[in-house]
Design a protein around this ligand. Sequence first.
Ligand code: PEP
Ligand code: CO
Length: 462
Amino acid sequence: MLEPIPSLAELHRMGAAQQPAYPDAGEVSRVLAELRRRPPLVFAGECDELREKVADVAAGRSFMLQGGDCAETFDTVTAANIRNKLRVLLSMAVVLTYAAQVPVLKVGRIAGQYAKPRSRDTETRGATTLPAYRGDAVNALEFSPAARQPDPRRLLDVYNYSAATLNLLRAFVTGGYADLRAMHSWNADFVHNSNVETRYEELADEISRALAFMVACGVDNESFRTVDFYSSHEALLLEYEHALTRIDSRTSTPYNTSAHLIWIGERTRQLDGAHIEFLRHVRNPIGLKLGPNVTAEEAGALVDRLDPDHEPGRLTIITRMGASRVREALPPVIEAVENTGRKVAWVCDPMHGNTFEAATGYKTRAFSQVADELNGFFDVHEALGTWPGGVHVELTGDDVTECVGGVGDLAEADLANRYETACDPRLNRNQSLELAFLIADRLTSGRIKRVNPVQEFQAEDF
Ligand code: PEP
Ligand code: CO
């Protein structure tokens, strides 16, 4: 049985990392009182359903695709933007499902990804030093004293924008937009001029034929029309996450109702820290980011703390080691966690260990390094006999120019053309699709032991 959730005061006494310094405590209390009255954004039953699906990933029966912006912003909550992100994720999922013949669990970094941990509390430009931008949940990106002042009323905006985003996503994924027979149209308004596009179009043609065959045989399954899609974000701001944590009436246990899956970031995963203490109490499936400096002992202690009952699907470990370190840093972490007897979902974030500053001053990532870390992740899991369970990427559905290389061979000089991120550089639509093909190739390369869905089907049905 879970103990009661710690109070916010208790969590703050633990010296919670990466929290904004709000100037007016009274205003914070008023905002939290209001948030506590608002309805949940997700339901406990949906979180349970997701936990079971994560358990399938952990058991090697499914692959998790988690992706979206580094930082969502209030300004970009538009129908077009949400639709574009959804369709790049759906396109990637179809590539993985069809090319690699593996079920794909789709989780957006969306509908709540508004708060950012920062390596420095302040930012200096010329002679002026101001608080760092911590995401739209906390302050505004503009470099002025007023914009950078943390404002708790923004937490109400986070709730409202998350609700609006989730509402549209729910409509898209159940209302026909995700129908596999429409997959050609997901990309119709893009210029088709790359290898990746051609490969995607060929795959879409093949799928259309396969679907037509199945319909002709009398199979007209609901699963062609709708998909399951879940929300996730970093549970960073304790005020917000605490206010949206509710006791589920069915089970009398606490669920964080701000998203289906929430993760603990690399900068807030201290074993005795407030974030671990808070999140160990909530029943949602939990993600844990681990970087190259985590020790095997720490990794083992963290999973003991977050998953005392060895519950299937409870934990997703998102590793972000960096291309140059993944091959040496990942094996001891996997071994330490496996030695505890747990099966967790192992997911690779090939973005956060591979950020650098281009000569032009833009923060960027090279597609080749992203691919290299992913390949390293697959190599390590193959060598250890564990299942490389998924990928966690920062992407957008638009043709931005934020990461160099990839299919369009984007150069550092191109970064200025369309650099729009509020935080880290994201893969654009073509680079994302290219990554999906790369993963599909690794999953089908034959070296990975995985459950064959057709054999399973035959075994069960005949
Ligand atoms: C992120 O996912 O945006 C992030 C800050 O990652 P990490 O905690 O792994 O550095
Ligand atoms: Co990021």
